[in-house]
Write a protein that binds this ligand. Sequence first.
Ligand code: IMP
Length: 202
Amino acid sequence: MRIIVATTNKKKFKEMQRILEREGIKAVFPEERIEVEERGNSFLENACIKAEAYYEYFNTPVIADDSGLVVDALDGYPGIYSSRFYSLEFGGKEKLIGSPDVVNVKKLLKLLKGQKNRKARFVAVVFFRGKEAGVFASAECEGIILEEPRGDKGFGYDPVFQPLGFDKSMAELEPWEKDSISHRGKALKKLSLLLKSCGKLL
Ligand code: IMP
């Protein structure tokens, strides 16, 4: 099974490819960059919008992931705005000096300075679009936001996210460890089970 991953984010792709490979699914990076406006109001809507746009363009089965970090003390922000949190009016815009990941983390830590409630969760919705229909699965990974970044694996908010039951940040976990507990790992495993049980969708 060969599926295009509807993303421009190489680090997210690598992670998805690694997880899907274990499920017997060959994931490929899109040959062309497709700009998709994520105009939805939820992870599910955005995952569906991305999957549809890529399917329409490539006419090949696709999987899209829409994911983000939901922080309790910030009323659920950055949420669906996680990839461009630095540029939001919420909490004040940050200048993009360095990569978006670094500036997003900087803004998050600034907003949570002195905050006792550090509870947060990663959320992922993965959406498969095939010839006949689409199916989706979702999962979460609970944890807390650390005071300082730790580790250099993973991407995005991984260095400041400590999953429940661990004393390491997500960026200090080995890739297989992250995949076994992460929102994306769990959602893709559920999706793969769904695909195996309804193969004719492909
Ligand atoms: P999307 O590509 O629009 O779904 O944006 C997802 C954003 O959420 C990423 O750019 C990261 O900022 C954040 N994010 C999602 N999943 C993870 C993860 O596994 N680790 C760290 N950050 C993540």
